[in-house]
Design a protein around this ligand. Structure first.
Ligand SMILES: NC(=O)CC[C@H](N)C(=O)O
Length: 467
């Protein structure tokens, strides 16, 4: 074995010894390289790779990458803020060994999410993974609350051989149909096998509503692990799809009309091992804390869409009657309200009960989305915000006066409107810190400008294969 590299000043020699042993183990298993992954502000997963011998140096010193990715757009052009977007400077990508996984769908490769730190070893204020970790740690310190989270993954399959500017769904069977399940039987079995090898606990995998669309859900994890896992799941789906001559799109809308791809976010609050969504005195067995958390979410939902629905294409999906939840309302098991309260099956509530945030798609950076959702909910919890009455059926059917009286608002209908809401939201901006908040605004404005003049079909096409 090659000798250990010199530890960085203040570095953890235990991590280095572990990386050294792990690298050799990976090599013996046939791993030749390691994908180091992070998600930028625009929601694109960017990577660098190192050979297996590079794992230990990466843990010691990180791997260089420009901070300019904080203000990259989905089309790879770059915008600027006061502090970001300059071609100068460097950051270090530091892999998280606890989350390193051998990729079952890409023989020869392992994968790890990274934190981005400065060359001086300081936290980088633009690192979304560090942001989420901080929000979660604050929730525990200040409120004694921990979370379990899950991100649903929806994707649409086209044929890899088709021209990139066309979309032809790879299946012909109806929504949720046995026909579609059978059409892609080998593919979906291979996906499940890959997830089993990667120790991703799949809860469900099924053909979804739109032509060529599938959905996969996983068991809940702590928020940072859930965000990491959503990135890993997409990496795996992309790789396995390719083997079958298929091309996976996680874009919010692959076409200008029809049901889009969501990335619904499930979250539950826990205190001392007790689920706060079950066994309480409030509605549907929720505790007062869970109700106030949801009230906070509803209050911030219009501004949150700038983070959870960050692409111009997100607003092709965020339409009524598409189960995307485009109203500031909640209800038990409702599919059209922004927040769905999931009570779980009788006898299993303390395990299952949670809340679902629907206006979230997979153009969202999952670390930013989870961190901002948690910050919004905690704002409601801290002020014991009262939760309005639930809305059953379709909130779109409320007459305007009743909607106003009940506080039911339609979410922004364009990214520009979402950014207007976000700019005014001190809670979200403060949680993110000025560097990330300014990056969100600049990148969203850049995306809006990038599609100026395009019709809806053009917007769908522009982002179809980006996510
Ligand atoms: N089953 C579902 O909940 C469908 C969700 C829908 N595809 C969305 O965009 O959010």
């Amino acid at each position: 074995m090659p000798p250990l590299v010199d530890p960085v000043p203040g570095g953890n020699p235990g991590d280095l010894a572990r990386a050294h042993a792990l690298a050799h183990e990976l090599s013996a298993q046939g791993v030749r390289g390691i994908v180091l992954a992070f998600v930028d502000t625009a929601g694109i997963c960017r990577v660098k790779t190192v050979p297996w011998q590079g794992l230990q140096p990466a843990v010691a010193w990180g791997v260089g990458m420009s901070p300019v990715f904080d203000t990259f757009l989905a089309n790879d052009s770059i915008v600027r803020t006061d502090v970001l977007g300059s071609p100068d400077g460097d950051l270090r990508l530091v892999p998280d060994l606890d989350r390193l996984v051998v990729l079952a769908g890409q023989p020869g490769w392992a994968w790890a999410p990274v934190d981005r730190v400065t060359q001086e070893g300081e936290r980088h204020p633009g690192c979304s993974r560090t942001f989420l970790r901080r929000v979660v740690a604050d929730a525990e310190d200040r409120h004694g609350i921990t979370f379990k989270a899950g991100i649903e993954i929806e994707w649409t399959l086209g044929r890899a051989a088709a021209p990139a500017d066309e979309f032809a769904p790879a299946t012909s069977g109806p929504a949720y149909s046995a026909a579609r399940q059978t059409e892609l039987s080998d593919y979906t079995a291979d996906l499940l096998a890959a997830f089993e090898k990667q120790e991703v606990a799949v809860a469900q995998l099924h053909p979804e509503y739109a032509p060529g669309q599938f959905e996969l859900s996983t068991d809940a994890l702590d928020p940072v692990a859930a965000a990491d896992q959503s990135v890993l799941v997409r990496q795996t789906i992309r790789a396995v799809s390719q083997k079958y001559g298929l091309r996976a799109s996680f874009a919010p809308a692959v076409a200008e009309r029809g049901v889009g791809n969501g990335g619904h976010l499930h979250l539950s609050l826990w205190r001392r091992g007790v689920n706060l969504h079950a066994g309480g005195d409030a509605r549907y067995g929720m505790t007062a804390a869970a109700e106030s958390f949801i009230a906070g979410l509803l209050a911030h939902l219009p501004a949150l869409t700038a983070v959870t629905a960050p692409s111009p294409a997100s607003y092709l999906r965020l339409r009524p009657a598409q189960w995307a939840g485009v109203y500031t309302a909640w209800g038990r098991e409702t599919r059209e309200t922004g927040i769905r309260v999931v009570t779980g099956t009788t006898g299993h509530q303390s395990h299952e009960a949670n809340l679902e945030v629907k206006p979230v798609d997979l153009a969202a950076n999952p670390y930013l989305a989870l961190g901002c959702v948690i910050a919004a909910g905690l704002d409601g919890l801290a002020s014991a915000a009262p939760l309005p009455e639930e809305v059953t059926d379709d909130p779109g059917r409320l007459v305007p006066d009743e909607a106003v009286a009940r506080g039911v608002r339609r979410l922004p209908t364009s990214l520009a409107h979402a950014v207007d809401e976000f700019r005014e939201d001190e809670v979200l901006r403060t949680a993110l810190g000025p560097v990330l908040a300014d990056a969100v605004v600049a990148v969203r404005e850049g995306e809006t400008a990038a599609v100026a003049g395009l019709d809806e079909a053009g917007v769908a096409a522009a982002y179809r294969w980006k996510y």
